[in-house]
Design a binder for this molecule. Structure first.
Ligand code: PRP
Length: 216
């Protein structure tokens, strides 16, 4: 049995064409079903629906053989012990710093004032501001980061930006781009040894599908 850990939403939707290219059809829709283990058209392949931030944990500890997770999640998690053979070029976005459109970010940074930064991405934010020599107080949040500058909880946020619609709707502006993000395939190293043929076949099929999508 090969077990693949996925999260609901964009990663799941963007993974379906890659699975299809590997001859795998998922038989349930996680948006409609409450099932957390989804069967596929291949009796030897199943899909687990887990929280995005739990994908590396499942794969690292052998709860799943493979998983698909954002580079953001991997950096925050650490990703130690995970084989990361492929950038799938899906669920592309970026991690950026954003502030209220009336906040003078340049000035705050130049003056060396302590910046209060709210984020789910504490490791990424800490490293980014440390490299710039900016003093920050990091405030860990689990969602709706956009509220932090609006309520006075923080001066800035570090968050994922895709279309920019969420920032615009909340009168925030992107002031620095920290890094580009896409989803990666991660593999449990022991599983790769024990189930080498089917896992290699899946990696190769995904790689071919990614290459084909890049050309299209
Ligand atoms: C992310 C992010 C922003 C939004 C950005 O949230 O936290 O809120 O997407 O997308 P946009 O630039 O296209 O508006 P997501 O929907 O992934 O949910 P989350 O709050 O659980 O992270």
């Amino acid at each position: 049995m090969i077990t693949l850990a996925l999260s609901k939403g964009r990663i799941f939707d963007d993974t379906l064409p890659l699975l299809r290219a590997a001859g795998i059809e998922v038989l349930d829709d996680p948006e409609k079903s409450r099932k957390l283990i989804l069967d596929t058209n291949q009796p030897g392949v199943r899909v687990l629906i887990v929280r995005a931030s739990d994908v590396p944990t499942y794969v690292e500890n052998g709860g799943a053989d493979l998983g698909i997770t954002g580079k953001d999640t991997l950096i925050e998690h650490g990703g130690q012990g995970l084989y990361q053979p492929l950038d799938l070029q899906i669920a592309k976005c970026r991690i950026s710093v954003a502030v209220r459109n009336d906040f003078d970010y340049e000035r705050a940074v130049k003056q060396g004032s302590r910046l209060r930064v709210a984020t789910k991405y504490v490791a990424i934010a800490r490293e980014f501001f440390a490299a710039k020599g900016v003093h920050v107080d990091l405030i860990k949040l689990y969602g709706s980061m956009e509220l932090a500058p609006l309520t006075g909880l923080a001066d800035a946020i570090v968050d994922l930006v895709s279309t920019g619609n969420t920032l615009r709707a909340n009168h925030l502006v992107e002031v620095e781009r920290i890094m580009d993000i896409s989803s990666r395939l991660v593999v449990n190293q022991a599983a790769l040894k024990l189930k080498q043929a089917p896992i290699r076949a899946m990696i190769d099929a995904f790689a071919a599908a990614v290459a084909a999508q890049a050309k299209a």
